[in-house]
Design a binder for this molecule. Structure first.
Ligand SMILES: Cc1ncc(COP(=O)(O)O)c(C=O)c1O
Length: 398
């Protein structure tokens, strides 16, 4: 057996083996998976914009006008009107002076954090931050202080220890695997008092939280108060790519120093045009955001009514803890047989022993299908005998 085969075997033994599944057709509340119609409860296309005719039309038109690809990094030959227009609109939407596009959220986080926190400095990161933030901290060569999830006292202690070396606090706005929200007012206050920057990842908050879907910082009534906000175009905005909003000096600095911006090909023009069309839809149809909120409340309540805890979720991301990776995948498979598609989330995406099903709601789901899904989820958990010593059953029993 080759060494790679052995490592794969090890992943299988630990219940951590992953494989791709083929979706027939576009994202939507219901999709065809391996030939079967299923309710999709694990897409981040929160507002149903990935398959919206205006978004698709904008991409098609841009492809005809600007071509399929940007040809190079924007600093070389790839800067085009669709990029600049989208940046201006994003900055205005988020209430910042300036915005800079990146190829993806992963690239935005790694490039921005590594540019803002340097060798000899300290970056402060919530323990449940997304992997792209963790990797950004690693790339920065700064010392990383990982504070306990949402624990401002722990963070405050770390900031005091770091003194003048404190460079950056970075947090998810909405935590991607738990659906809870960062204590933003406290983080802004701490950043101010300790003279360091705060960066908020709005990947799951844009289009979902705050007035008109402006995000978690806006939802806290603190629009423009975080020094840097990052967001993605590939989730509620239905396209692909990401952006960082900040003052002009900071975005110019990032344009010069963020390696994932400098050394990576610009977003394809059709993708940027699709992002712009989605943003226009978001601004003109805020009722989509309201419907998403309503649907999220429906699913959380329906699961609670079935005796299942959704942890601290306050948003469209609704986790149901299982514990072991293998049991989580068994539950996911059982649900699939019943026509509900929700991926099991396992380490290293979440900490060891905290595997879960992560349900994500879309504005395009119907109330009845969310309530029906909750009944199926609870029944499947019971059938699998996730009993007594397993978290999901402790919840069922509670
Ligand atoms: C919180 C968070 N930040 C960043 C990213 C990365 O964004 P992208 O998928 O555009 O690379 C994701 C997920 O993909 C995420 O959940």
């Amino acid at each position: 057996m080759s060494e790679i085969a052995e490592r794969l075997e090890e992943l299988r033994d630990q219940g951590l083996y992953r494989r791709l599944r083929l979706i027939g057709g576009p994202q939507g509340p219901r999709v065809t998976l391996d030939g079967n119609q299923v309710l999709l409860l694990c897409s981040n296309d929160y507002l149903g914009l990935a398959n919206h005719p205006r978004v698709k039309g904008a991409a098609a038109e841009a492809a005809m006008r600007w071509g399929a690809g940007a040809g190079a990094s924007r600093l070389i030959s790839g800067n085009m009107q669709p990029h600049s227009r989208l940046e201006k609109r994003l900055a205005a939407f988020k209430g910042y002076e300036s915005a800079l596009l990146f190829g993806s959220g992963y690239l935005a986080n790694t490039g921005t954090i590594a540019a803002l926190a340097r060798d000899g400095e300290v970056v402060f990161s919530d323990e449940l931050n997304h992997a792209s933030i963790i990797d950004g901290c690693r790339l920065s060569r700064a010392q990383t202080f990982v504070y306990r999830h949402g624990d401002v006292d722990h963070l405050s202690w770390g900031l005091q220890k770091a003194g003048e070396r404190a460079a950056l606090i970075v947090t998810d706005g909405v935590f991607s695997m738990d659906g809870d929200v960062a204590p933003l007012a406290d983080l802004i206050d701490l950043a101010r008092r300790h003279g360091c920057r705060l960066m908020v990842d709005e990947a799951h908050a844009t289009g979902a939280l705050g007035p008109g879907g402006r995000g978690s910082v806006a939802a806290a009534g603190l629009s423009g108060e975080a020094d840097v906000v990052m967001g993605t175009l590939g989730k509620a905005l239905g396209s692909y790519g990401a952006y960082v909003c900040a003052d002009r000096e900071t975005t110019v600095y990032l344009l010069n120093t963020a390696r994932s911006f400098v050394f990576s090909t610009a977003l394809p023009p059709p993708v940027a045009a699709a992002g712009l069309a989605a943003l226009e839809l978001l601004e003109s149809q805020p009722e989509r955001v309201a419907q998403l909120t309503t649907n999220a409340v429906t699913l959380r309540k329906a699961l609670n009514d079935e005796g299942l805890s959704v942890g601290d979720s306050e948003t469209q991301i609704v986790p149901v803890a299982v514990g072991e990776a293998a049991a989580t995948m068994a539950l996911s498979e059982r649900l699939l047989e019943r026509g509900v598609f929700a991926q099991g989330i396992r380490p290293p995406t979440v900490p060891e022993g905290s595997s879960r099903l992560r349900f994500t709601v879309m504005s395009t789901h119907r109330r009845e299908e969310l309530e029906h899904a909750a009944r199926l989820i609870a029944a499947a958990a019971r059938e699998l005998g996730l009993g007594a010593d397993r978290p999901v059953v402790a919840q069922l029993a509670a």
